[in-house]
Design a protein around this ligand. Structure first.
Ligand SMILES: [Zn+2]
Length: 220
């Protein structure tokens, strides 16, 4: 072997040592085949809860898109009721009711394994804080979904409130598919408001919600 060939072989060997290790990150795909509809609350002319730092309509969509990404990475098939700032209303009179009715219709047309609505809460009392999951008794699976995700969130996060049944919401009364409403926090509370705007907190919250969803489907 001549000197050059040997040099080339040595160089090649050294090069392979310095190459970054390719580590295959195989996701668990715990949600493969599951169909999930994500519903970002409000939109269009309806801002939802607002204060000087947060417009609910905007933040709901940011959280929904993060959750979409996470669920898709676990193999789920995800639909969004809205993908931009517009709402779903088709009338100018009773705009809000039309929006909510169309969301309910959209969800039931897809007939998903689960729907998740994301909203932000607000109260005249700034001391109220925390995430809370609401469910209706319209679908018998709703309570267990609410419980499973809440219990998981309690393990991972602080300030998680107890689940609450509420059969009074116009939209949810019209949805037969299983699902829940997440009020992700109170924008009227300074601490919640700060956290909800913090991207690191948002990511932790979304991953924890996704894990809660995976837990539900693992056993149901
Ligand atoms: Zn809302």
């Amino acid at each position: 072997m001549n000197k050059y060939k040997l040099l080339i072989i040595i160089c090649f060997f050294l090069l392979t040592l310095t190459l970054p290790k390719v580590t295959a990150t195989v996701k668990n795909l715990n949600l493969i085949g599951k169909v999930i509809v994500l519903d970002a609350g409000h939109g269009g002319k309806d801002d939802g809860a607002v204060n000087s730092k947060i417009i609910e309509r905007e933040l709901n969509l940011i959280l929904v898109k993060k959750l979409e990404k996470e669920l898709v990475s676990q193999g789920a098939i995800v639909y969004l009721t809205r993908e931009d700032e517009n709402d779903l209303s088709t009338t100018t009179v009773n705009r809000k009711r039309s929006d909510l009715y169309n969301r309910a219709k959209y969800i039931d047309k897809i007939s998903p394994d689960m729907y998740i609505s994301i909203h932000l809460n607000s109260s005249s009392s700034p001391s109220w804080r925390g995430l809370q999951i609401f469910y209706t008794s319209k679908n018998e699976k709703n309570k267990l979904i609410a419980e499973t995700i809440t219990n998981h969130l309690k393990e991972k996060m602080s300030n998680i409130r107890e689940i609450k049944k509420d059969n009074t919401y116009y939209m949810y009364k019209h949805i037969s598919s299983p699902g829940i409403l997440i009020e992700a926090g109170f924008i009227s509370n300074p601490s919640d408001n700060y956290l909800l705007r913090n991207e690191e907190y948002q990511d932790k919250l979304i991953i924890s919600i996704s894990e809660g969803i995976e837990k539900y489907f693992k056993n149901n």
